[in-house]
Design a protein around this ligand. Sequence first.
Ligand code: NAP
Length: 318
Amino acid sequence: MASGMEWFFTALGAVVVIYYGVKLLRFTRMLYPKRWFPLPKSFFLSMGEWAVVTGASEGIGRQYAFVMAEQGMNVVIMSRTKVTLDKVAKEIRESTGRMVKVVVADFTKDNIFTDIEEELKFLDIGVLVNNVGMVPSVLPQRFLEDEDLDQTIVRVINCNVRTMVKMCRIILPGMENRRKGVIVNIASGIASIPFPMYSLYAASKIFVERFSQGLQAEYKDKGIIIQAVSPFGVSTRMVGYQPTNRTMLSPQDFVKSSLQYIRAGDKTYGTICHMVLGWLLLAIPSKILHTEFMLQGLKKYVERKQAGKKSSSVIVEA
Ligand SMILES: NC(=O)c1ccc[n+]([C@@H]2O[C@H](COP(=O)([O-])OP(=O)(O)OC[C@H]3O[C@@H](n4cnc5c(N)ncnc54)[C@H](OP(=O)(O)O)[C@@H]3O)[C@@H](O)[C@H]2O)c1
C-alpha cells in the first residue's frame, strides 16, 4: 500500500504537470491567434464609427490610427504638434478615404480635458487607444538625479497615468450605453518587474496594467473589451529609431500583431517575441537584476548607444 509520502509526491507531481500543461496550452493559443481569438472582418467597425488615438502623430499611435482607418473607422488623432497631426490626417484621408479629426493637446498640462470632451461630444466612439506616454529622461538615472524633478513627476504622471484614466472617464460612458467598445491601453514590458533607473516610468506603466485589468473585470459583462498591451522594443522616436530585428519591431509589425490578440485577455505583450522576453525578465531573480553592478551596466550600455547616435531621442528599450 502506498505510503502517505508516496501519495504526497504523486499529488505534487500531478499538480506540477497540470500547472505546466495549462501554461503550455495557453502559450500554444498565443502561437495561433487567428485560430484561437478570431475576429470577424468588420470587428472594429462594428464597435462604432470612430476610433480615438492619443499620441497619434508618430510611432505606435500613428500606426494604430492608420490601421483603424483601414478597418473602415473614422479617426480622432491627438498629440501636441498640429503640423505633424495635419500631415498624418492628410495621409490617412488620402490612403483610406476615412474622416480624420485632429485634436491638439499637451497631455502633461492641467485643465485640458474639458476641451477634449467637447471635441469628442456626439461622436460614436467604438475604439479608444490610450497610447501616449513619455519617459522622464534619455539616460537611465536614479530618481533624485533628475534636474527638474518636481516638474518631471507631474509631467510623467499626467501623461502616462492621468491621461489614460481621464480618456476612459470621457469615452467609457458612451460605450457602456451602447454595450460595446474596445479600449487598448499601452503599458510597457519593463513594467513586468520593478525597473531601477527608470522607476517612475515603469511604475506609471504598471498603473496602466492594473487599471486596465480591474476595469476589464468591471465592464466585460457590458460587452466592452479593455486590454493593457505591454511591448518591449518598438522602433520609434522614443527609442531613437533603433534598427529593427527579432525583438525590436517596426510599429507596423507590432500593431498588426497586437490587434490579433485583442480577445486574448486583459493583458498581452502584443507579440510572441515580447511575451518570451517578459518571461525571461521575470525569470531573472531581482537579487541579480537589482545589483549595483547591473545598474551601472545598464547605464553604461545606454550611454554607449546614446553616444553612437546623433538623435536626441531616448535610447533605452522602453
Ligand atoms: N517604443 C517602444 O519601444 C515602447 C516600448 C514600450 C512601451 N511603449 C509605449 O508606447 C507608447 C507610444 O510610444 P512610441 O514609442 O510610439 O512613442 P513616440 O514615437 O515618441 O511617439 C509618441 C507620440 O505621443 C505624442 N506625445 C508625446 N508627448 C505628448 C504629450 N505630452 N502630449 C500629447 N502628445 C504627446 C507624440 O507627438 P508630439 O511629440 O507631437 O506631441 C507622438 O505622437 C508610449 O506609451 C510608450 O510608453 C513604447
